[in-house]
Design a protein around this ligand. Sequence first.
Ligand code: ARG
Length: 495
Amino acid sequence: MIKFSFRRWLCSCLVVGLSCCLLAGCSVNVSGGKTLTVATEPTFPPFEFQGKGGELEGFSIDLMRAVAAAANFQVEFQSLPFDGMIPALQAKTIDAAISSMTITEERAKTVAFSRPYFKAGLAIAIRADNQDITGFDSLQNKKIAVQIGTTGAAKAKSVTGAQVSSFDSAPLALQELQNGNVDAVINDAPVTLYAVNTGNLQGIKVIQQLLTEEFYGIATAKKSPYLSLINQGLATVFKDGNYQLIYQKWFKSTPPILPDKLPFANSKADKLNSLSLLLQALPTLLIGVLVTLQLALISVIFGLIGGSLIGILHLSTIKPVRLLTRAYVDFFRGTPLLVQIFMIYFGLPAIFQEMGFTFSLNRLVAGVIALSLNSAAYIAEIVRAGIQSIAIGQSEAARSLGLNSFQTMRYVIFPQAFQRMIPPLGNEFISLLKDTSLVAVIGFEELFRKGQLIVAENYRAFEIYAMVAVIYLCLTLVSSQAISRLEKWMKLRGV
Ligand code: ARG
């Protein structure tokens, strides 16, 4: 008789389930025609965005579908950060990118562009009550927010004395302006105007005069076999009136005449060798290291103070105090740090503004608050467990010697517990050090963000991110060495 083994049954289920998932993930398109993976960053309405039901919508999306139908291929859209598109094209992990990408001479050295499909330009957005900024020249010494890796970011860099902060998406940069943390945003005019006109962005106005004239193109890798296919599709939709229909649908007007050629040739880049590239990047990355260390050290100090307090309070005999500390730990351990950073930096000022208060948070302060609150939750657990690990006889002995409860904690329990807490506290510091990279999302230029900014300019993702990783590794190795020395030293001193 075959014996039923629950373990074996569970294993087979897992194997079958996993195989099904893998097969589904790797499924090949069998509907005929090639399938091109086309990247887009869907936070750029009306060009590419997610509709109410989560499906992709927009001018570029409709256009790409029409181009595919005209040239007889299928499209599979893939969401990707805008600054990751060119590296992804170079690595050939995607076949093309349609993301309101301006055809620039610099980019054309790294990727190949289709013929232009849209005429746009950059515009400055400011708060509606701002009388100060009237054009490009008045941006000097002002605070400007931009989306990382865009032409808007490049333009902002050319403003003398400006403090530029870069965000992962255009809506985040605009939110920054709305929250009063910056004076202006430089972004593609149709996108900012769309946000203002649809009422999604309130209290913001757009300076009419355009800063540039730009043309969007569909990008592919250099020498991609798909470029001619895409150009052929584009030519058809321009001719058969489909382009005009799509333009009319999204912009309620007739399209301007577009050049049928690129403003300059799809040229070749003069590639810097890896060593010189890394040497060039090193000083900027080292500035990032200082910022990362500053952020980690300040946050760990506040985290230690807060965490010790919460950990000790958690051992209180008063039930509501215990419940409160439990709730704190559960909340900060149970929600992603990234969400907490967004809540503090973008959410808090927005709430205050709705209540009629002006309140803006400095990036460093917001980063430190988020990291300290989060690490305090973990440290609290370490402290609590450390204290509870000391045998009860110790405090009984201390009490019988006449020490009060504070003295018992201060001289007997805590010193012993602290020694046990060092290894987990060290782990906590190391994860905090790595977590500082999440603060990049609020435009804080720590080590990782510095790397991203360099890649946004030279598109050498592998070398730069590898270097960033090595620097983080050095930082964590040095920290763990320091922590184990501290541990040994404390043991020797018999603390
Ligand atoms: N046109 C600008 C550029 O190429 C911005 C494009 C941003 N696109 C996006 N989907 N976020 O740099």
